[in-house]
Design a protein around this ligand. Structure first.
Ligand code: GDD
Length: 398
């Protein structure tokens, strides 16, 4: 895979945020470019180097009531050597959709022998396993894990910690194009190949979101929510540097990957606010604005690298109802609004934007995001033992 080298980056304390890089060739030849030759303007990572990284990767798939045929297509696109973790929040009644998903995954396993771990987000076993592990924060009032994509992702990360592979990526389960899924995972691996720090993240920016309109496809360049979140995320950065920027293109990147080391060092949040919150958290903690604590010295020494990469395949996925969009916008911008980096001026601009887009009523307060701490120090062995002995929905094949 050949990718453009970034010519520009924003450096804020420990953070290096690289400008958007495009995939130039899906297969760029069998010789990898050495990192010392990067001045060439592009970098090629051979299939064998990509596959080596993928063999050390866990892929987490969050699922909620998706078409099993689409889920099967997603599984088929994930390269064979990645370990699959499926966290489902699908309904159990009146139809047990989780069972149907499990049968789909199981059938795939029978034919391909792909190792996987699958569990339901609302399995009662989490109510004991999480407090025992020292991470009860995502449990709701009724003692179950809260609903929400963010919470499902955190469960996936906890399982990925148990598996122990060095890299962890997310792939949505509503993607219609297995080839796009396959490219995303290769893009993750390419980002990690370029990285020089143990703390790195790769975020995907879709080139086009595709819809069928009338008799033909329509390729939309801008995401409905991401465009707006990016604008305010960049203003938040400008607040730190005092220079305006448009470096952030991936505030809402559902498709992203991290090193296992980074997972422990960043905070998370509920539902669809999780992706922008990761950036807000890193800006608050690692831009150096509030100094550096001794416990984070190693991260400041090694730095955190954030790659943003644009693949070639368009993104064709399940389109939700329009009502989903204002909510997503509200919870995304809430992470910026409630950041301690945001001043009154930025807060006012966010309120105005949300009101203008019908995502907030006059006089309504921007909701405070539900925030969760980093996963460092969680007792994964204890958590997993409890799950193994009591979880009703846990299936392990590997
Ligand atoms: N486990 C779990 N729990 N999975 C969930 C939940 C949940 O409560 N809610 C949704 N999912 C799964 C869906 O099945 C899908 O695979 C994925 O999470 C994304 O959810 P969608 O509802 O399809 O979101 P979207 O397509 O509108 O938004 C996606 O793109 C945004 C960027 O434009 C998501 O990835 C967002 O996180 C992202 O910001």
């Amino acid at each position: 895979m050949r990718i453009e080298m970034p010519k520009y980056m924003e450096r804020l304390g420990a953070l290096k945020i690289y400008e958007l890089q495009r995939v130039l060739e899906l297969s760029g030849g069998k010789t990898s470019t050495k990192l010392s030759e990067e001045a060439l303007g592009s970098i090629n990572i051979s299939s064998s180097d990509l596959e080596d990284i993928i063999a050390d990767m866990t892929i987490i798939i969050p699922v909620k009531n998706e078409n099993p045929k689409v889920l099967e297509g997603v599984l088929s696109g994930i390269p064979h050597d990645a370990f699959l973790v499926i966290v489902s929040n699908s309904s159990r009644e009146p139809l047990d959709r989780y069972r149907i998903e499990l049968e789909t995954v199981f059938q795939f396993y029978r034919l391909t022998r792909r190792p996987f771990i699958m569990i339901h987000q609302r399995d009662l076993a989490w109510s004991d396993a999480l407090p025992e592990a020292g991470y009860p924060h995502i449990l709701g009032d009724e003692g179950l894990v809260r609903n929400g994509k963010g919470e499902g992702m955190i469960l996936g990360l906890l399982i990925a910690k148990h598996i122990g592979r060095r890299y962890v990526g997310f792939i949505d389960s509503d993607n219609y194009i297995p080839g796009a899924v396959n490219e995303y995972v290769h893009v993750y691996a390419a980002g990690f190949y370029m990285s020089r720090s143990p703390y790195s993240m790769v975020r995907i920016k879709w080139p086009y979101k595709t819809k069928f309109v009338g008799k033909r496809f329509y390729f939309r360049r801008r995401g409905r929510v991401s465009e707006i979140t990016n604008k305010f995320m960049n203003l938040l950065i400008a607040h730190i540097t005092k220079f305006e920027t448009d470096i952030i293109k991936t505030s809402n990147a559902g498709e992203h990957a991290m090193t296992l080391d980074l997972i422990d060092k960043i905070g998370y949040s509920s539902g669809f606010s999780i992706e922008p919150y990761q950036l807000v958290y890193m800006l608050e903690k690692y831009s150096g604005v509030y100094g550096k604590s001794e416990t984070l010295r190693e991260v400041f020494e090694k730095g955190i690298e954030i790659f943003q990469i644009e693949p070639r395949n368009p993104h064709i996925h399940e389109e939700r109802e329009e009502s989903h969009i204002p909510e997503m916008m509200k919870y995304s911008l809430a992470t910026i609004y409630h950041s301690r980096l945001a001043d009154e001026q930025l807060k006012m601009l966010i309120e105005r934007e949300l009101i203008a887009r019908g995502a907030l009523k006059h006089g309504e307060r921007v909701p405070e995001p539900i925030r969760y701490p980093p996963l460092e120090g969680v007792n994964i062995d204890k958590m997993f033992k409890t799950l193994e002995s009591t979880a009703e929905t846990l299936v392990i094949k590997g």
